[in-house]
Design a protein around this ligand. Structure first.
Ligand SMILES: [Zn+2]
Length: 282
């Protein structure tokens, strides 16, 4: 039994070679027959060399051992069951340095004394923060780094949000908002980008907007109001591609009801995250 443990890989080779399949007992006896009257101490095995035989073992036994050793190498090469092949004892996980992962700036609109749109106690500043926190979670799970311009209910001036973003080498700036309108009929999701002097940045922003909107609609089944040119401070003054998402109308009774549901906010966050992922992998 001692050999069974030490010669486990050899046994597998034996079993395969002699068509004994998984009958371990047969394999052990095969090896013991090979040893015959020799003392057990005269035979050793190791993973690296597969076999090592002391000089005291006779040449017949050496030939058998060499035969088994050859099978160990040849059988896997012939396309046999991969489970019979040697497997590495350890696998090493190569960790990717943090700076190698793309950085995204998330901007939860409004905050603190700036409540944004407000229907009674239902405030845009709370919705944007909740959605952006969910969005950060999805992006982190996808392997992206995220910096938020705010992660709690505080007032951050627009120029400060822009300077936070512009100090980084972020790949994309995403500002999260929710809409309001004097018309209670107005509904749907829209995304803004800024078509300024930097044509390349404008084109990239528009592309990001299209991809994000597509996944947003797929996740929420909301009405698409399209991707539009907009002159908002945070998407105009930032230096990287930037979009501003209006995730639905708080003034529309159906959308307001949806926006009160955390699962719907998760769908919005997931849609934005999937769109960002597609944009950055394009
Ligand atoms: Zn807003």
């Amino acid at each position: 039994m001692v050999y069974c443990g030490r010669l486990e890989n050899v046994n597998l080779g034996c079993v395969k070679a002699s068509r004994l399949r998984d009958r371990k007992a047969s394999c052990i006896s095969l090896i013991q027959r090979g040893l015959r009257s020799r003392s057990p101490e005269s035979f050793h095995a190791s993973r690296n060399s597969h076999f090592q035989a002391d000089r005291s073992i006779n040449s017949t036994l050496m030939r058998k051992l060499l035969f088994f050793a050859c099978l160990l190498f040849v059988v896997p090469l012939m396309g046999s069951d991969a489970s019979y092949a040697y497997k590495p004892l350890r696998t090493y996980k190569i960790s990717v340095p943090q700076h190698a992962k793309p950085l995204i700036i998330l901007d939860a609109g409004h905050g603190g004394t700036d409540e944004g749109a407000k229907i009674h106690y239902f405030m845009e500043k709370k919705l944007t923060l909740m959605t952006t926190l969910l969005l950060r979670k999805y992006l982190n799970e996808m392997g992206y780094r995220v910096i938020m311009t705010r992660s709690k209910d505080v007032f951050i001036p627009l120029h400060r949000r822009v300077s936070i973003a512009n100090k980084t080498k972020a790949m994309l700036f995403v500002s999260m908002h929710f809409n309001s309108s004097p018309s209670p009929e107005a509904h749907g999701i829209e995304i803004f980008y800024h078509s300024g002097n930097d044509r390349k940045r404008a084109q990239q922003s528009k592309e990001a907007g299209n991809l994000v909107l597509k996944d947003l609609i797929a996740q929420t089944h909301a009405h698409s109001r399209g991707v539009k040119n907009g002159n908002f401070h945070v998407i105009r003054e930032t230096t990287m591609p930037a979009i501003l998402v209006e995730g639905g109308f708080m003034t529309n009774i159906i959308e307001r009801s949806n926006l009160r549901d955390k699962k719907y906010l998760e769908q919005i966050a997931k849609g934005v995250a999937l769109g960002i992922d597609k944009y950055l992998k394009n």
